[in-house]
Design a protein around this ligand. Structure first.
Ligand code: DOR
Ligand code: ZN
Length: 376
């Protein structure tokens, strides 16, 4: 057994599902799954019911997270067609704004240039007023984070360039997209990006086996898309999971009749570290690749505070078969179930307190902190 001590990891893309979808996950089950995955900060997405699109909704979500979370939580605000930029008065209390420009789950969708343009303009104006620096959050704003696939990616890059707003591209999945981001970075545009484990370790070749359990947005790429992500790893700033739990029933598993519109998305917050450590074991990644993309870069991009006396101990020699039974996510399944993995999380310590060990959550609900939000 070889124990390796890592700093607490960040998962910068998690759908905790509360409020509105707590049959899929809530702030307790989602953050418990995070700790089991060696994650001590999750950044929570705004496509809940109701969406986190106004100051009142952000305050409500902060209360829910503060009551239940067992790791730290940053909250995204989201743009809706109805409320557009209603979040601006509390923009500094969000880790960032998330704009869904491409097809997704839930009601948040912005697909007209006029609205997209408005959102970039008002975020830039607010940032000028607050003097944003994403690496120094004192009173500043986070980046604009977008789900923008294909042609929509170029629209977002152009707007970020024109308005000098830091832009973060969520879950990049295609060769064309990572190559365009690479070009944009070389050109000096202030853009960063993330890739999920499912887009790194699965492809369209797995769809026959996975069925609806392999359906998410962006969809799985071809083996050539996957190869392009690995070839361009130097341009990938963050590994984040897009932990997007839906129940097996909603996915149509075991159902007599296939559901008409199964929701897209897969859980992942507790399986990313063993998957990445397995890639280290295979010589495809280095530990430094993980530390940069799961700790240092997300902290810098979102301006996250340090977590003192916080670490994750992993047994890098432990090999095991991933089973659904061992998972803490409420939905209890993973698209990676059945895989042989090397690297088991033994213990997590958050601010000097042992919060996970021997497969058990030891933290009290509400011991996690909600980042950036000012107490009322
Ligand atoms: O597959 C996805 N599911 N992609 C998204 O962007 C949203 C997510 C969800 O919330 O279920
Ligand atoms: Zn997502």
């Amino acid at each position: 057994m070889t124990t390796l001590r890592l700093p607490g990891r960040v998962d910068a893309h998690v759908h905790s599902r509360e409020p509105g979808y707590t049959h899929k996950e809530d702030f307790y089950s989602g953050t418990a799954a995070a700790l089991a995955g060696g994650v001590t900060v999750v950044l929570d997405m705004p496509n809940t019911i109701p969406p986190t699109a106004t100051p009142e909704r952000l305050a409500e979500k902060a209360r829910l997270a503060a009551a239940k979370a067992v790791c730290d939580v940053g909250l995204f605000v989201g743009a809706t067609t109805t409320y557009a930029d209603a979040y601006l008065p509390v923009a500094t209390q969000a880790c960032a704004v998330k704009i869904y420009v491409s097809d997704t789950f839930g009601s948040l969708r912005i697909d007209t240039l006029s609205l997209l343009h408005q959102l970039f303009r008002t975020w830039a104006e607010t940032a000028q007023g607050t003097g944003y620096r994403t690496h120094d959050r004192a009173g500043g704003l986070g980046p604009i984070t977008v789900h923008a696939e294909d042609l929509m990616l170029s629209a977002c890059l152009a707007l970020a360039d024109l308005y000098h707003v830091p832009l973060h591209i969520a879950h990049v999945s295609r060769r064309s997209e990572i190559e365009l981001i690479r070009k944009a970075k070389e050109h000096g545009i202030n853009v960063t990006c993330e890739v999920t484990p499912h887009h790194l370790f699965l492809s369209t070749d797995d769809l026959g086996r996975l069925g609806n359990l392999g359906d998410m947005r962006p969809r799985l790429g071809t083996p050539d898309d996957v190869a392009a992500l690995w070839e361009n790893l130097a341009y990938v700033d963050i590994f984040a999971t897009d932990h997007a739990p839906h129940t097996l029933q909603e996915k149509g598993v075991g159902a007599a009749e296939a559901p008409a519109n199964p929701p897209p998305g897969v859980p992942g917050v507790e399986t990313m570290l063993p998957l990445l450590l397995t890639a280290v074991h295979q010589g495809r990644l280095t530990l430094q690749d993980i530390v940069g993309r799961c700790i240092n870069n997300p902290r810098r991009i979102y301006g996250l505070p340090e977590q003192p006396e916080t670490w994750v101990d992993v047994d890098v020699d432990a090999s095991f078969v991933l089973t659904n039974k061992q998972l803490l996510t409420r939905v209890g399944w993973s698209p990676f179930a059945g895989m042989n993995l090397v690297g088991r999380i033994q213990e997590v310590v958050l601010r000097g307190v042992r919060v996970y060990g021997d497969g058990q959550i030891l933290a009290e609900p509400g011991s996690g902190r909600v980042l950036f939000v000012q107490p009322e």
